[in-house]
Design a protein around this ligand. Structure first.
Ligand SMILES: [Zn+2]
Length: 302
């Protein structure tokens, strides 16, 4: 039986203190906005917050990035420090050291105690590449987290990237990081294609393949990256209606439940937020993320 509360890796230093008007993406503020939204909607009782984790240091970022890029970002050297499409500020650099560490610590904890589902209210990872940020993403948090875990434990992970956009950072890093193919095997950066019913069919097919890898002990943990920009009313025009978007979540959590029964132990699961850009109705983005967590809690917890 899984624990009733979702362990949430949140430290206020993960979010910008203020919204920066020139930032189209509100993701740098999202950790704070989402935690407030959880509280407002009474979901707080279903989570346990863990704040006491160390931020990433330069050496962590060097796992997935060139020194030239890491230095340019932390020193505010333009244009490279703003290739992510976000305004550079000193405080933003600090938030990034905490969001990447939140993802890493959530995954690590889900492996150490698979009875506890872990949640990281983060985004801004899956479009970065070794030499630059891109499309609201600064560093390749997935790459760095999984490689750190692989080097420490030998365990391998899979990412179910249900954001509306293809997560390129893992594939773009395969030549840069020597052991990335071990940490996240080929085919385990899972991005469903198509739209509506065909998307769900494609997801179903990919889950069947993933299940075989888990049963064969080739994959040891799962990260569900549940971007809200795969919703068709998002400013980015995603692939799914509300019903379909929630159906995809339900499929993932039922998959985790069923697979855990087959392998006779809980499959370590971490959930992350990723994209979502409804500038005129940002609460709709937060609400989708909340509904996703509610589904997780109903299907898997307690
Ligand atoms: Zn996206």
């Amino acid at each position: 039986m899984r624990k009733n509360k979702i362990l949430t890796f949140y430290n206020p230093k993960m979010a910008l203190k203020e919204q920066i008007e020139s930032n189209y993406s509100m993701s740098p503020n999202k950790p704070k906005l989402f935690m407030e939204y959880l509280k407002l909607n009474g979901f707080e009782e279903n989570i346990e917050v863990f704040s006491d984790f160390e931020p990433f240091e330069k050496n962590d970022f060097l796992i997935g990035h060139s020194e030239k890029y890491v230095d340019a970002f932390f020193k505010g050297k333009k244009p490279l420090c703003e290739n992510n499409g976000l305004k550079w500020t000193k405080q933003f650099t600090e938030t990034v050291t905490y969001t990447n560490a939140s993802l890493y610590n959530a995954i690590k904890s889900s492996i150490e105690n698979p009875y506890q589902i872990c949640f990281t209210p983060t985004s801004g990872f899956h479009h970065a590449n070794p030499n630059s940020g891109s499309a609201f993403c600064t560093f390749s948090g997935q790459v760095i987290s999984s490689v750190k875990i692989y080097r420490d434990t030998g365990l391998k992970g899979a990412y179910l990237d249900l954001d509306g956009h293809y997560g390129n950072s893992i594939e773009d890093s395969r030549n840069f990081v020597s052991d990335l193919n071990e940490a996240i095997p080929i085919g385990c950066n899972i991005n469903p294609i198509y739209q509506h019913k065909s998307y769900l069919k494609d997801l179903e097919h990919r889950l069947e393949i993933l299940q075989k890898q888990i049963i064969n002990n080739n994959i040891h943990y799962l990260v569900h990256c549940k971007g809200a920009d795969s919703h068709n009313l998002d400013d980015m025009r995603g692939q799914l209606t509300t019903k379909e978007w929630l159906k995809a979540s339900e499929m993932v959590y039922c998959f985790v439940k069923e697979t855990s029964l087959i392998i006779k132990k809980p499959l370590p699961l971490t959930i992350s937020l990723f994209g979502g850009y409804r500038r005129k109705a940002y609460n709709k983005v937060l609400d989708l993320h909340l509904k996703d967590l509610e589904l997780c809690h109903n299907i898997l917890c307690g």
